[in-house]
Design a protein. Structure first.
Length: 289
């Protein structure tokens, strides 16, 4: 009898311990599940570091579309950088490169010129933009891009993009500007100051590209560029001061190759297609399509 009572008490103790352990394990599992759910909810509702610029643009009254959202996230300043990490690719397919094919330019690829101007002028936005700058591929601008008298402290890049209207850059101060592979309306950039390079390779300009009195501290590249302004000077860099090595091809006529005393021309392939036009200036580049 004594042994039976002792065994029953022992079974009760073991049973209580097992129940306690089971309750403890259940409590821990519930706490872990709640922690995971809370973290997921917080991640879904709280803005990420890459969305700071996007949220600031929304507060300023912008309503970014898909391409603009990509641009604002790509332009966000980050501790680390990758080669393509700050480029907003708005192309529907990676190999879409025809900037004059209208079928590839839906509204979702449009970027507001007012958003670009805001990024270049708003002090809060400038602090958030990465030193790599505002870089986009396959974007479309439907209004004139007006950066006259604006100092932009980071590079601007429009690769394989479509700019329907003119670019107004008179007296602007830019870190660097690239229009490689893009099409644009006329470019008015008198007294433009580019502190690094000006890249116009494979560009198509429908109108005059006017860089009269411009100062380019780095290189000017325009290999394969096409400039169309019938009966007028297509690429006018009269009085421009280009300090770095410049490359616009080897087929230019003698008159078209004299831009400034500081200019040095380098051979390049494929060359820009030069021909004489009606321009009377002593130092012009004229490039019909």
């Amino acid at each position: 009898m004594h042994q039976t009572d002792h065994r029953q008490r022992l079974d009760q103790v073991v049973s209580r311990r097992m129940r306690w352990r089971a309750r403890f394990l259940c409590t821990m599992l519930i706490a872990a599940a709640l922690a995971v759910t809370s973290a997921a909810t917080s991640a879904a509702t709280s803005p990420t570091h890459s969305d700071e610029l996007l949220n600031l643009a929304r507060k300023a009254g912008f309503h970014p579309n898909d391409c603009e959202t990509k641009l604002l996230r790509a332009a966000m300043r980050t501790p680390t950088s990758t080669p393509d990490g700050h480029i907003a690719d708005c192309r529907p397919i990676p190999d879409d490169s025809d900037s004059r094919n209208e079928t590839w330019w839906p509204a979702s690829r449009q970027v507001s010129v007012f958003l670009i101007r805001w990024l270049c002028l708003n002090l809060e936005a400038i602090k958030l933009v990465d030193p790599n700058g505002i870089l986009m591929t396959g974007a479309k601008l439907v209004e004139p891009l007006d950066l006259r008298f604006v100092t932009v402290p980071f590079p601007l890049g429009f690769s394989k993009s479509k700019i329907d209207k003119e670019m107004l850059l008179n007296d602007a101060d830019l870190r660097a500007l690239s229009l490689s592979g893009s099409s644009t309306g006329s470019i008015t950039a008198e007294r433009l100051h580019v502190r690094s390079g000006l890249f116009l390779s494979d560009v198509f300009v429908n109108g005059e590209a006017r860089f009269v009195g411009a100062a380019i501290d780095g290189q000017l590249r325009a290999e394969g560029g096409k400039f169309k302004d019938p009966g007028k000077v297509a690429l006018n860099a009269n009085g421009a001061n280009i300090k770095g090595v410049s490359s616009c091809g080897t087929n230019s006529p003698p008159r078209a190759r004299s831009i400034s005393s500081a200019q040095r021309w380098a051979a390049s392939t494929p060359p820009v297609e030069y021909s004489r036009t009606r321009g009377n200036g002593p130092s012009v580049l004229a490039v019909p399509r």
